[in-house]
Design a protein around this ligand. Structure first.
Ligand SMILES: [Cu+2]
Length: 288
């Protein structure tokens, strides 16, 4: 009896492994840029029914042949595959060409000389900013001084597993090694949502629970939208919200290490950093 139960469980486990929850969507849009070495291309696309509104986003391919002959301006039809922990374009077909439009992001508040919006350089103090945490408590960024901080920027409704949800998974994965390494005991994780309209403190609290975030180690923040935007911009985060629905968000990813004195150490761009890399960098700063 016992043997057969184990056997059945093994079959179930194998079946689950062989059939990753996979969803497929049709994506139509225009190629904006191609990063062949990273098997990535940025596409300005129409609404993907049931997944996300029209936006401009980078997508990965697994088969580099799919993007070998593409150029910016190409109009394409593609199949987007969403797995529980990954997303990629499985098929991609060129269907036409059109001139590229100017980028929709408002550049008027981009970094200019000493405007207060310029990118922070490593070694510079991170300006203080006001936030509210997952318990609804007011938190200033300064309140983390004394602990090295790893900080990232997300929104909880992000539909692509390779974007914000990947940042969440990386932070979740860092909790245990941080706890186990005495040198990294004081490191704090901070996740800032740039979607305060949806990501209210109760929503952030629920999100934190789902990620099994240890509240003594990992804090979720949001705040006044303009304050969050201005703070995030200093790290190179760009956020564009749709006019008709500000919850439709096009964004990039930035993850930063800030030392215990509140000075910027390093910014990781995009989604190809690993928890191991961040832990190694943290060990360097606490060792010095
Ligand atoms: Cu996202």
């Amino acid at each position: 009896m016992r043997v057969s139960l184990v056997f059945i469980l093994a079959i179930i486990a194998a079946a689950c492994r062989n059939q990753p929850a996979e969803r497929s969507y049709t994506l139509q849009g225009q190629v904006q840029s191609i990063e062949a070495p990273h098997k990535q291309l940025t596409i300005k696309h129409e609404e993907i029914k049931g997944l996300m509104p029209a936006m401009t986003m980078p997508y990965n391919v697994r088969d580099e042949k799919l993007i070998a002959d593409l150029k910016p301006g190409d109009l394409i039809n593609a199949t987007l595959i969403i797995e529980s922990n990954d997303a990629y374009l499985r098929t991609l077909k060129k269907v036409g060409e059109a001139p590229l439009e100017k980028p929709p992001v408002d550049q008027t508040i981009g970094p200019t000389a000493r405007s207060g919006f310029e990118l922070l350089e490593p070694g510079e103090p991170v300006p203080d900013a006001k936030f509210v945490d997952q318990d609804g408590k007011k938190r200033s960024f300064k309140s983390f001084h004394g602990s090295p901080v790893v900080m990232t920027f997300i929104y909880t409704r992000c539909p692509l597993p390779t974007f914000c949800p990947l940042m969440d998974r990386h932070f979740a994965a860092m909790q245990k090694p941080l706890k186990e390494d005495p040198a990294l005991k004081s490191v704090h994780l901070v996740t800032v949502s740039f979607d305060p309209k949806t990501d209210t403190p109760p929503v952030l609290k629920k999100h934190a629970k789902e990620l099994m975030a240890d509240p003594s180690r990992w804090t979720f923040l949001t705040g006044d939208r303009d304050d969050v935007d201005q703070f995030a911009m200093r790290f190179g985060v760009s956020i564009a919200r749709a006019m008709n629905d500000p919850r439709d968000i096009t964004h990039n990813l930035r993850t930063a290490i800030v030392d215990a004195d509140g000075k910027l150490v390093k910014v990781y761009t995009g989604n190809d950093w690993s928890p191991e890399q961040v832990l190694a960098d943290l060990r360097l700063i606490v060792g010095s």
